[in-house]
Write a protein that binds this ligand. Structure first.
Ligand code: AMP
Length: 416
């Protein structure tokens, strides 16, 4: 049975907590953005305040085995600082028995990167000559995974999952371990907050509801776009995916990004929107460039009249003004994906402007604004608006899968 962190009695108990400490590090192994560590602190502090001890586990990066640069020891100092308590370190997550046994209430032990073991993800590593070999290797990892999970579970009396960023993965620490804690498993505050925010947008929003979906490809966002038709009144579509729609409608898109095999699907999607009464706002005027670089020549034109050697790179001011009107008339806004080539500063203006409009809609209209996905979150954070929107999601992929209506393994494992 699922428990709740606010009512669970942690006194005298060791809690194993899956957090998402997968933070970016520079070449000197310094943390360049500690948002994810800060996000987990309320959950961690709660366990300590209530008289428990903490065993913290996470992944960092995508190591293919033990790799110094992906060691969680690099982030211990910051965890200690933010937690305000000394932090011990177990340099092998599968050999921490003695340190766990010696752990007193109020103390904290961080386990080394779970992904130093292939068993965390349950996927074999390395190259395989044949599919049979790969299948056999997978069977071995899956078999060994049982002991891996059992060992982690043996360290603790209760389990908390607070890693929303990996909730869509059925990994050892994010889902499988929950089985060992049938009556002592729960979400941390990050997970609770994420689920509440997305559920609010999908199930109990104040209307009008507007979704802004941007990004590169129709193929990766089409499921979520169609799923959202059931929840929204307006859908703003921007970024590279718009050109597939425009070409399908007979527009001239020059060298802009386009998925020719998705054109029919794009047209079908527009039809579905009409049937469901959802208003679609595709970008119209865009900033075009003669090169995919920061010092390219640029012009503004309709995205149905792009010259042959030019490509659409960002939303133009008139498009942003059209979207602003829709957004300022909305009471609930969901944003995922950049409306331009955000990583090139010259073409980040549109995405940054969306961040600004969302902050304004929140402050002036009391709109509920939920932002998710790497580039959108980076835009609100860099613009200093992270505290000025209602909720910033920590999990891009997990958020999309949840919005698509999929049952996330990390959530199901706690609830079932
Ligand atoms: P996604 O991962 O699907 O959210 O897409 C993010 C990517 O979309 C970023 O790398 C952006 O550079 C890219 N993108 C957005 N707008 C455009 C555009 N007009 N042309 C090419 N790429 C774009």
């Amino acid at each position: 049975m699922q428990q709740f962190i606010d009512t669970y009695d942690f006194a005298g108990k060791k809690a194993i907590v899956r957090v998402d400490f997968n933070v970016p590090l520079n070449e000197k192994m310094e943390i360049t953005d500690d948002t994810r560590i800060r996000a987990a602190i309320p959950t961690l502090k709660k366990v300590l305040e209530k008289g428990g001890a903490l065993i913290i586990m996470s992944h960092l990066g995508r190591p293919k085995g033990v790799t110094e640069k992906f060691s969680l020891k690099h982030i211990l100092g910051r965890v200690q600082e933010l937690l305000g308590a000394p932090v011990k370190f177990a340099d092998d997550c599968q050999a921490a028995d003695e340190q766990v046994a010696a752990l007193k209430m109020g103390e904290v032990l961080v386990l080394e990167n779970l992904r130093f073991y292939a068993e965390e993800e349950g996927k074999p590593r390395g190259e395989f000559a044949t599919d049979e070999e790969k299948k056999a290797a997978k069977a071995v990892v899956k078999e060994n995974q049982k002991a891996f999970v059992k060992k982690l579970a043996s360290y603790a009396d209760c389990y908390i999952n607070d890693a929303f960023g990996t909730a869509h993965r059925a990994h050892a620490s994010t889902a499988l371990i929950a089985e060992y804690f049938p009556n002592d498993k729960m979400f941390g505050y990050v997970m609770e907050g994420e689920i509440k925010a997305i559920d609010h947008v999908l199930k109990t929003p104040e209307h009008p509801v507007t979704a802004i979906v941007g990004g590169a490809k129709v193929s990766s966002k089409i499921t979520i776009i169609e799923k959202l038709f059931d929840a929204v009144d307006n859908m703003i579509i921007g970024g590279g995916m718009v050109y597939t729609f425009k070409k399908a409608q007979g527009g001239k898109i020059g060298r802009s990004l386009c998925e020719d095999d998705q054109m029919q699907l794009a047209l079908d999607t527009l039809k579905k929107a009409e049937e469901k009464g959802v208003k679609i706002y595709l970008s119209k005027e865009v900033v075009i460039a003669d090169d995919f670089s920061n010092d390219a020549n640029t012009k503004i034109c309709l995205n149905t009249e792009i010259p042959d050697e030019w490509e659409g790179m960002d939303a133009a001011p008139s498009t942003l003004a059209m979207w602003e009107e829709v957004l300022m008339n909305s009471k609930t806004i969901l944003w995922n994906g950049p409306v331009g080539v955000f990583e090139i500063p010259a073409f980040a203006k549109g995405t940054n402007r969306i961040a600004e409009i969302l902050a304004k809609a929140t402050a002036e209209n009391g709109a509920f604004t939920l932002v998710g996905g790497g580039d959108s979150v980076a835009a609100v954070t860099q613009m200093g608006y992270a505290d000025k929107v209602s909720y910033v999601s920590t999990g891009g992929g997990a958020m999309l899968e949840y919005l698509e209506g999929k049952e996330l393994p990390g959530i199901a494992a706690i609830r079932k």
